[in-house]
Structures are given as structure tokens and as C-alpha cells.
Ligand binder design. Sequence first.
Ligand code: GUN
Length: 297
Amino acid sequence: MQQDKKTPVLIDGKLIASTIKEEIKKEVADILDRGQRPPHLVAVLVGEDGASLSYVKSKEKQSQEVGFTSSVYRFPENISEEELLQTIDFLNKDEEVDGYIVQMPLPKHIDARKVTDHIDPKKDVDGFHPVNAGRMLLSLPCYLPATPYGIVTLIDRMGIETAGKNCVVLGRSDIVGTPMSVLMSRKGKDCTVTLCHSKTENLERICAQADILIAAIGKPAFVKGSMVKEGAVVIDVGIHRIKDDSEKGYYVTGDVDYESVAPKCSYITPVPGGVGPMTIVSLLTNTLKAYKKEFYK
Ligand code: GUN
């Protein structure tokens, strides 16, 4: 489809997420009709971090909306590592729990790597366990981490062509940038991928060559129009609240300076309403797959 350069197609993550939720809801209704129990997702939450609390609440609410059973295991900030590992042992054994996540970040006295490594890969619906990360690298069936999975789903559902395209990923975090670079270079997506990070030289020049630019750098409005090629697809993973004089006291922006970038794009994700809504939906999709034992028998 030929697009007017000045009016990019908005990738409506909110709409796509709600469509997928309806699909999951229908599948759960069919499961219940067959007299089987619904999928069960558990979130483990340690401490009182406001952002973590609101993520977990949202996960709980959305799980219930699609008909899953949802539980939250809450622990005080001072829980010992041993006690948390025991909880994980318990969840690994509980046959009524299909998948669970341990909300990050964890308090400093707990070794998050040790905790993640303790999760049974079969129940690791965050896709953080090394077995799932390794299987992803080898294109074997596995749980994909929620944000990259959500982005790939947006690209698929929008029918965006990826084969042979230059894809530039900004940011190499374990949960977004690095898996994103792997997924875009795998067979099926077939991009030529450049993964940029804090030591990257000539960043602007590299970005300007991207057919698909995925910004997960964690800096508000970092990507400017001058860094983007005409007709590029731009995916904005960032979400930042910036204080201002408005009634709300803040405005929300992503890693992309929307005003200057959007007029150059063929497609762009808005913030909010782009990548964000896809993340929890991907977690729900993984939980349904865990319930159906799609990857591991
Ligand atoms: N903290 C921020 N994002 C995530 C996520 O996707 N999963 C977990 N477990 N913790 C997080």
C-alpha cells in the first residue's frame, strides 16, 4: 500500500491487544464448556514499589477479564532469598498453576538471577529463564519475553514486510533490546539487524539507514526526525512521564520525539497505546500456551 508520507499509519496497539484478548477469552470459554479448569497465572510481588504494584494489578485484572484464574503472592520487602526460593519450588510443583512471573526488580539482598534460574522453564511465562532465552536463540518453541513478543505480534498483525529490511534496535537490555534483535534476525522476519548501545559510534547515521527502527533506549524523545529515514517503520518501546504545568502535572512521551518523527514514517506506534498494551496480552498468550502445554510436555 502506498502511504502519504505526511500521514503515517498508526499502529494501534490498544485495538490489536483488545482483539487478541477477545480471541483468548473465546478459547477460555471453550475450555470451560468442555468442563476443564481455566488457565491459572500467578504473579509474585515482593515489596511496595509503586510501578510494580500497578503492573501486577493490571496483570491480575486482565487475566480475570479473559477468564483466567489469577493469584498474587505478596511478600514484604525483607523476605529472605531462601523463603522466596521455597515459594518458587512450591509454584513449580503446584499442578494448578500453569505459569507465573516474579515481578522485577527484586530487593537488593535477593539475587534476581538465582531466582529466575529457579523457575521451572515450563512455567516461565516471562521467558526470562536461560532455557527459554537459549531456545529462542535456536528458534525452538519457547516462551518469548512479553515486550518483544508484543512487538513481533504488532508487526505481524499490521502485515508489515520485514524480509531483507534493515532493522535497527536501540538498547541491548536482556528483556527488550537483545531478544528483539534476535527475533528480527530469525528466519520468518529475515531482517538485517544492527543492535545499538551506549558504546555505538555514529548512532544517528545508523538510525537513518533503518527501514524498521525499534527504540528501547529508555531516554525520553531521544529519536528525532533527523535520525529517521523517509518511509521507516518506527516502534517506540519507551514510556516516560515528564513533569509540566498542565492540570495533570505531567505529559507522557516515549523514546521517540513523535512530532518530528511521525511525518517521516510509514508506520509508527503511539505512546501511550502502542507497544504498552501488547505486553500484558503477550503474557496472557504465553499463559494459555503453558496451560495447553504447547512447548513442553
Ligand atoms: N518488571 C518490568 N517488566 C517486567 C516484566 O515483563 N516481567 C517481570 N517479571 N518483571 C518486570
